[in-house]
Structure formats: structure tokens, C-alpha cells
Design a protein around this ligand. Structure first.
Ligand SMILES: NC(=O)c1ccc[n+]([C@@H]2O[C@H](COP(=O)([O-])OP(=O)(O)OC[C@H]3O[C@@H](n4cnc5c(N)ncnc54)[C@H](OP(=O)(O)O)[C@@H]3O)[C@@H](O)[C@H]2O)c1
Length: 218
């Protein structure tokens, strides 16, 4: 599959592009917002397309020619205000979904956030962020896209462990609620063409199950 990685210059995005590049069945295409980022990926022999999540759906569509699957792993980050959270994590995500639907791209993987589906579990300080993730996810679930919504716990930069815990409807919290970004990237690669993950949404943290085995339980 030709996989458009939206947020490719980010931390998960960078790991994901590298993993897709090593993979025999997929080809990464980086969606980034600055020319210097395009140049950086081209230097690594990765196709990169210049776009911005604050632009229009029709502009985003122009970067989607020849794409078979989209992974949305962009985010406004912790140093911007709620205005950017709404414009990137919510409206940016929805615009990419609308663009994918218009372009007849079916497969869509969303990097959401742990417990974004359960309002009662949102941290007070981060409610706007969770609300943005929640409604972006709901838009995706109501679309015609073949989605997978991945809700990782707190992201860490440690080396991947290759083992996770996947829960569709969490009933109790158990430690850890963290996960290395590398494991999230690996899970996305393995989920891309695994039909068991289609139309599924789940929390994922570090755990005891090899990633592929965990996905096959869905
Ligand atoms: N931090 C956590 O513990 C945590 C937990 C669960 C889920 N998540 C979610 O996981 C996802 C990935 O996390 P991460 O740490 O890899 O994120 P990250 O490093 O902050 O990367 C986010 C990327 O989004 C890009 N972006 C922002 N605004 C954009 C725009 N207008 N147009 C195009 N691209 C834009 C950024 O571009 P630039 O490189 O140009 O800035 C950046 O590359 C995010 O959606 C985050 O909300 C995070």
C-alpha cells in the first residue's frame, strides 16, 4: 500500500515512516508542512508532499493522488493553545477524513488517545484535547472509511518492547498506562492490511502480548 503519513515529521510519524520504508508491502509518503521537512525526507529517499492541516479539504486532496491508506498521527502538541487543538486534532483530522473519502481512499488509521472514548476518565487539565480526539474519532466511526482507531497510553521514547495490551472497553486500570512510540508505530504497520483491525477502536499500552497476536484477538 502507498501510505500517506500525516504528521510524518512528528515522533511517531518519523518512526512509522522508517518502518514502512523497511517493509516489503508498503511505501510511506510523508505529509509535512514545511519545505525543509520535504527535503529531509527526500534525502532519505522517501517521497514527501507539502500540505497543511489548516488549509482546505481541496488543498489536502491534492496531496492524496495514488494513496491507498492514510495514517493520521499529527497533533498540535502541548505548547500550543486550545485554538490549535481544535484546528489540528479535531478539524484537521476531519478534513483529512473528508479528503480521503472524496479521493475514494478506504483505509484510515487514527492515532487517538487513551480513554478518549470515555468522558468520565478525561483529565481536567486536558479536557479540550480529549474532546477534540473524541469527536474526531466519532466522525471517523460514522464515515464510510475502513478505520482503525488506536488509543495509546502516555507515549514514551524508550525502545519498543514488541508487547502490548489491547482493550476495546476498559473496565479497570492496570499499570502501566504507558507505551513506547516505537511500539505504536510497529502496531500501525502490522494493522494496515490486517482485516481484523478494520472498523475497530481500542486502547493500547505496554503489556504481555506480541503485537500481531494482540491485533488478531480483535
Ligand atoms: N504525548 C502523549 O503521551 C500522547 C498520548 C496518546 C496519544 N497521543 C497522540 O499521538 C499522536 C502522535 O504523537 P507524537 O508525540 O508523535 O506527536 P508530535 O511529535 O507532536 O508530532 C505531531 C506532528 O503533527 C504535525 N503538525 C502539527 N500541525 C500541523 C499542520 N497544521 N499541518 C501538518 N502537520 C502538522 C507536526 O508538524 P511539525 O513537525 O512541523 O511541528 C508534527 O510533526 C498525536 O496525535 C498525539 O495527540 C499523544
Amino acid at each position: 500500500m502507498n501510505v500517506l503519513v500525516v504528521g510524518a515529521n512528528g515522533q511517531i510519524g518519523t518512526l512509522l515512516v522508517d518502518k514502512l520504508k523497511e517493509n516489503d508491502t508498503h511505501t510511506p509518503i510523508a505529509f509535512v508542512r514545511k519545505q525543509e521537512q520535504v527535503d529531509k525526507f527526500q534525502d532519505k529517499d522517501v517521497e514527501a508532499r507539502l500540505g497543511n492541516l489548516e488549509s482546505s479539504v481541496s488543498d489536502i486532496k491534492k496531496q492524496m493522488d495514488g494513496i491507498d491508506a492514510v495514517v493520521f498521527t499529527a497533533g498540535s502538541g502541548g505548547s500550543t493553545g486550545t485554538d490549535k487543538t481544535m484546528l489540528i486534532d479535531l478539524d484537521g483530522a476531519v478534513k483529512v477524513m473528508e479528503a480521503a473519502e472524496d479521493m475514494n481512499i478506504k483505509r484510515f488509521i487514527m492515532v487517538s488517545a487513551f480513554q478518549a472514548d470515555v468522558r468520565d476518565n478525561w483529565n481536567d487539565d486536558m479536557k479540550p484535547y480529549y474532546a477534540a480526539k473524541h469527536y474526531a474519532d466519532r466522525f471517523l466511526m460514522n464515515s464510510d472509511l475502513e478505520y482503525t482507531i488506536v488509543r495509546p497510553g502516555a507515549l514514551e521514547n524508550e525502545m519498543g518492547l514488541g508487547k502490548v495490551s489491547i482493550t476495546r472497553a476498559l473496565t479497570e486500570f492496570t499499570d502501566p498506562i504507558t507505551i513506547p512510540r516505537e511500539d505504536v508505530a510497529e502496531l500501525i504497520v502490522k494493522a494496515l492490511d490486517n482485516p481484523k483491525t478494520y472498523l475497530q477502536s481500542f486502547d493500547v499500552t505496554s503489556g504481555d502480548d506480541p503485537i500481531e497476536e494482540a491485533l488478531n484477538t480483535l
